[in-house]
Structure formats: C-alpha cells, structure tokens
Design a protein around this ligand. Sequence first.
Ligand code: 5GP
Length: 210
Amino acid sequence: MSRGLLFVISGPSGAGKGTICQAYLKEADHTWLSISATTRSPRNGEVHGEHYFFLDREEFEQRIQDGDFLEYANVYGNYYGTPRSLVEEKLEKGYDVILEIDIQGALNVQSNTDEGIFVFILPPSMEELKARIIRRGSETPESLIRRFESAFEEINYVSRYNYAVINTTVPEALDSVRAIVRAEKCRVGRVLPNIKELQGEMPDGKKDHD
Ligand code: 5GP
C-alpha cells in the first residue's frame, strides 16, 4: 500500500471550503478529513472528537510544547492545530488526508514537511463572499467585519498554493477538486513505483532483455 496524499485546503471564511470538502468526502474512497484541535468554544451541534477536539488554552499550549501538532495557528484569537500522529497514521495506511486549515497553517505545513498539495478555494466575488458569511448567520457583527477584512488579506496568499478553485457553484468546484486529485494521482513520480513490472517491456510484450 503506497502512502496516501496530503491535501491542504484553505480559503477565506465563506468561500465554501467546508461545503466542498464535505461533498468530496461523501464520494471519495480512502479519504480522511483531519480533525483539528481548537481552543474556541463548540458551536451548536458540534461534537468533541468529531468536528474538533475542544481543548482549553493550557492543554493546547502543553501540546504545542510536546510537538504534537503538524501545524498550529492563532485564528481570530483562538488556537487551531492539526494533530500530527493521527495524520501520519492515516497517510501511512494509504489514506488520502485532507486538512481544512487557515492560510498561516498551510504555510506552516509547507515549512514543516516536504509533502502536501495546496488548494485555495476562492469566492466568485467579494460581494458574494460577504453575502455568504451573512447568510451563514453564525457571526456577530464584529466577527463578520473581522472575517471579511481578513479575507482581503488572505486572498493575496493564493500564489503560495498549487491550485486555485473558484467556487461559483458547488458542483463545478467539486469537479475541479476531483480533477486535481486525479491529476495528482497520475504524477509520474507517484505511478512509477507501482508499475515496476511494466518497465522494460517492449511494445510486442517481449521483455527488452529477452
Ligand atoms: P471555524 O472557527 O470557522 O471552525 O474555523 C476558523 C478557521 O480556522 C477556518 O479558516 C478553518 O479552516 C481554520 N482551521 C480549522 N482547523 C485548523 C487547524 O487545525 N489549523 C489551522 N491552522 N487552521 C484551522
């Protein structure tokens, strides 16, 4: 079983990365969405160990000290981090792993590892982004403004990613994500180790050393 692929998906709040990831996970085989740790409070319906591991600040800082995170970042005043051991275990078992994380976190993954396929989800326009955050209705007016202002800064980082997906509609964006995964799986460097027995074979089926 070859090692799975690590996909890092980011984008400003309201771009739709959560929706796209969930839609992709429904249809994808052997793919696991990493569960992050955070110090923010659970929202209605969020379950510890399913949506996030909800930790207090002290515990989170202890885990930073212990090197337990593949990456972590402070987002809107709370810590968020990716537990290293879970991700490593899944990749080793051949699962593709998706990290749905913020931009600082993605840049940390770039510094901390030499793997990762980086995908940035963009809204079709800033107006639409604002409308989506308002429709979601989970933000206070202050946090809405903060998230919207951050979005302007965050979009500048798209050039640090390998792929950009404009989320005009979920089906179209999902199609782009499928295409990215497929293309990544067809990279020569990834296919070559699995086709050893084909190498050295002549077009008529004879081995070249026959
Ligand atoms: P929310 O509070 O809306 O669930 O998430 C806020 C932001 O934190 C989102 O951009 C989300 O992608 C990001 N985030 C979630 N988990 C992690 C993580 O483990 N690491 C980092 N760096 N960001 C994360």
